[in-house]
Design a protein around this ligand. Structure first.
Ligand code: HEM
Ligand code: HEM
Length: 184
């Protein structure tokens, strides 16, 4: 399989869909203190995020040999930082909704998706577990926010100061000149 000059279409679409859903749910999460009506919406969006993240991971594994080479040279500190931040972004994307699900179950509720169905109950009601899963859920969400800050700063450094086409590489819109595009 050939290496391409940009990310396959499905990877780009899932990147921006999840970026919007995660940032949106992060903001909703921060608004929960003032408005508990938002909690059901927050949980439902979070469950959709969990499904999309699992799909994204499988899709990335499927397309692992078709990803563009990193703009950072192998063996450099920036390459290591890029790999670490991408790994931690995936880890938090997956951990946050699972911890929210566990927190909800430990608080004595089922994790419902817009009232249509509920995820299986993983833990029994427990005050202590509810507290700890809640703390871990919040800590992971703040961690994600910090990582996204680093990630966007890194992308802007490459795009603006080094004039590398990182934003085009992850854009789902077809560039007219990119003959090697992989729309997978
Ligand atoms: C919650 C928000 C975000 C998450 C979780 C996230 C995660 C990721 C991950 C894991 C990758 C590596 C490609 C992959 O394996 O899918 C990536 C690539 C990329 N992201 Fe994000 N991202 C987010 C938001 C953003 C935003 C707001 C920007 C805007 C600057 C951005 C710009 C990029 C760029 C330019 C690349 C491609 C880098 C390259 O060319 O290698 N991301 N993102
Ligand atoms: C996947 C994306 C998600 C993000 C980014 C996210 C983010 C957040 C944030 C920032 C808070 C506020 C934390 C605080 O300051 O105390 C919060 C609270 C909460 N989230 Fe999520 N969440 C997500 C998914 C979920 C899911 C899937 C569930 C359950 C099914 C859930 C259940 C809750 C609950 C119950 C609270 C209130 C916690 C408490 O009262 O201690 N979240 N979330």
């Amino acid at each position: 399989m050939k290496r391409t000059s940009r990310y396959p279409f499905s990877i780009s679409v899932l990147h921006w869909l999840l970026a919007a859903a995660l940032i949106g749910n992060l903001i909703l999460g921060l608004m929960l203190d003032d408005n508990l009506d938002l909690l059901a919406l927050h949980k439902s969006i979070g469950i959709a995020v969990l499904a999309l993240v699992l799909f994204r991971l499988v899709n990335r594994l499927r397309l692992r040999r078709q990803l563009p080479a990193s703009v950072n040279a192998h063996g450099t500190l920036s390459h290591l930082a890029e790999r670490l931040v991408h790994f931690l972004l995936y880890a938090t994307m997956l951990a946050i909704p699972i911890l929210g699900w566990l927190k909800t179950n430990a608080a004595g509720h089922a994790a419902s998706f817009f009232g249509v169905f509920s995820l299986p109950t993983l833990v029994d009601k427990s005050h202590a577990l509810s507290h700890w899963f809640g703390m871990l859920h919040a800590a992971a969400a703040y961690g994600l926010a910090a990582l996204v800050g680093l990630h966007v700063a890194g992308a802007l450094v490459h795009a603006l100061t080094r004039r590398e086409n990182v934003l085009t590489r992850i854009s789902p819109l077809r560039a007219t000149s990119a003959s090697t595009d992989a729309h997978v």
